[in-house]
Design a binder for this molecule. Structure first.
Ligand code: ASP
Length: 582
């Protein structure tokens, strides 16, 4: 037996008990004849004390301990002289009578404490040491608890957890596939699933009308803080449902998660916003509605005054930052630099200060009278003391830039509090998205999403106008989930592939299996998937999903701990009939 208790367990009630603990040495402090050791395990830290009258072997053994050594101790629980109310075990300590060294440790490359001195790369390389730290440990616990809640909830609603294969055929969902060569089928490849999309639809054809899976998905995309090449989805599908049936079940799941994990109760339904409104008023399809500062279309209000930048623009939009009229030249220049960043792409920023004395001051005073500015301020419902920020140009790009500017102002004004959650559904997405570069339509969600049946007529005449029966679940400006009612009619599916530019042969080759299945009694069905890592990071209050994945990849898609990807032997390549070119 290694231990009677964990390092997070002992309290006042255990005083005088003889206990056995095992764990890692976090810290050793010697104060004259007394030595204090912080002994850590997953459950907490317990202070050990070795003093003048301790057994000589123990006093000797303590001399040779270092950080992260693994030890086992036996001793008596005693009351601490100086209590620490920040520690769960802070009222007691263990007077060590026996100490066994279970394993020594090299000096760790960074301090394993809440605030580590290790840089990102170093901590990734030694992830198993980083995982000993509380922030990561708590993230893992949160993730586990969320997964448990999800399973319990979905099980209670009759969902079956069914695994689908990882070695599949490529299903285009927008990203690049990771491919795996098949030794037994030389020259042929599997793809790792970007999601189990087609399989869950086949499960609906099979009659398993409520399916879920907490499942790994793989997408070979450029990485960002909220993207990993392999990530986890809570993937769900239901048969015999319409959009509102799906939203109802998963809204209840979300509310259960908020209540049981965050202790937050939501009364009433989550707001629903159309894609068109989200774009128009927030400049993106994942609005952060923790704060207002909506975008206003002021194109008509600013044109015709001889200011060429506005006069020639397709669109001019503005936001009103409350109480910011006092912004200095330097602050305004800072904002201009912000919107001019290449990733935001605006050419410049026009401001109107609504001064507290009722006058207006703007960067384009030359072209606009006080009355003109007052009219714009009126339209923006701006008050004295507010600052109006205007961007103009191509509508889509300007809205995207305004979205970034709005979020930036939200940050500056502390309106994006991480402990506040504002969930909503975004609905009525367009079915298709035109891509200028390739001159073709892409499915905005994926090719299996059902068009809004009322819009079916437009399929041939004006495909860009067809709305999709699709929905996204958004919290605080983060897309946490998305899904749709699916096409279950093989003819409509054929039509969809046609609009997407697949020849009938290509469609047959890639998706014949699905279209065939639809010929055998496919029920109406729909579903969605949540990004589990993202949801965890939102609940954990962090920007990065990496913190919620035990062994993540770095920004170049590498696992520096196991040094992967890495070359394989000639023999392996030969078996796979693969030759690597320079
Ligand atoms: N498979 C979709 C995705 O990964 C989700 C869904 O439509 O259910 O985004």
């Amino acid at each position: 037996m290694y231990r009677t208790h964990t390092c997070g367990e002992l309290r006042r009630e255990n005083l005088s008990e003889q206990v056995m603990l095992a764990g890692w040495v976090q810290k050793i402090r010697s104060l004259g004849a007394m030595t204090f050791i912080d002994l850590r395990d997953r459950y907490g830290i317990t202070q050990l004390v070795v003093e003048e009258h301790s057994a000589p072997e123990v006093k000797e053994a303590v001399q040779h301990l270092g950080r992260e050594y693994v030890i086992q101790v036996t001793g008596k629980v005693i009351e601490r002289a100086s209590k620490n109310d920040k520690m769960a075990t802070g009222e007691i300590e263990v007077a060590v009578s026996e100490l066994t060294l279970l394993n020594a440790s090299q000096t760790p490359p960074f301090t394993i404490e809440d605030n580590s001195d290790g840089g990102d790369e170093l901590r990734m390389r030694y992830r198993y040491l980083d995982l000993r730290r509380n922030p990561l440990k708590n993230a893992m616990i949160l993730r586990h608890r969320m997964a448990q809640e999800i399973r319990t909830f979905l099980d209670s609603k009759g969902f079956l957890e069914i695994e689908t294969p990882y070695l599949i055929k490529s299903t285009p969902e927008g990203a690049r596939d990771f491919i795996v060569p098949s030794r037994m089928n030389p020259g042929e490849f599997y793809a790792l699933p970007q999601s189990p999309q087609t399989f869950k639809q086949l499960l609906m054809v099979a009659g398993y009308d409520r399916y879920f899976q907490i499942v790994r998905c793989f997408r070979d995309e450029d990485l960002r803080a909220d993207r990993q090449p392999e990530f986890t989805q809570i993937d769900c599908e239901m048969a015999f449902v319409e959009r509102d049936d799906v939203l109802e079940v998963f809204e209840e799941l979300a509310k259960t998660m908020f209540r049981n994990i965050k202790g937050i109760a939501f009364d009433g339904a989550f707001p629903r916003m159309s894609y068109a409104d989200a774009m128009e008023y927030y400049g993106c399809d994942k609005p952060d509605i923790r704060f207002g500062m909506k975008i206003n279309d002021i194109t008509a209000d600013v044109q015709g005054n001889g200011f060429a930048v506005f006069d020639t623009a397709e669109y001019a939009g503005a936001i009103c930052a409350e109480g910011c009229a006092g912004y200095t030249r330097k602050q305004l220049d800072g904002l201009t630099d912000f919107v001019k960043r290449p990733q935001i792409g605006a050419k410049g920023l026009v401001y109107i200060k609504c001064e507290t004395d009722g006058s207006y001051k703007s960067s384009v005073d030359k072209f606009y009278s006080q009355e003109d500015l007052a009219r714009i301020a009126g339209k923006m419902q701006a008050n004295a003391g507010d600052l109006i920020l205007i961007l103009s140009g191509d509508k889509k790009k300007t809205l995207t830039a305004l979205c970034a500017l709005r979020l930036e102002m939200g940050d500056r004004l502390s309106l994006r509090d991480n402990s506040v959650y504002a969930p909503l559904w975004v609905v009525d997405f367009p079915l298709l998205e035109w891509d200028e570069e390739s001159g073709r339509f892409f499915a905005m969600h994926h090719p299996f999403t059902s068009p809004n049946l009322e819009d079916l007529e437009l399929f041939s005449s004006d495909p860009g106008k067809v709305r999709a029966n699709a929905y996204d679940f958004v919290i605080n400006g983060v897309e946490v989930g998305g899904g749709s009612i699916r096409i279950h009619d093989s003819n409509i599916q054929k039509k969809m592939f046609d609009v997407l530019g697949f020849t009938p042969e290509e469609a047959e080759k890639q998706f014949g299996f699905l279209m065939n299945a639809f010929k055998f009694g496919a029920p109406p069905h729909g579903g969605l998937a949540f990004g589990f890592d993202r949801w965890c990071s939102l609940f954990g209050g962090s920007e990065s999903i990496r913190d919620y994945i035990a062994f993540p990849k770095n920004n170049s898609g590498r696992d520096t701990m196991i040094d992967s990807p890495s070359p394989v032997s000639e023999q392996q390549l030969k078996e796979l009939s693969i030759r690597v070119t320079e």
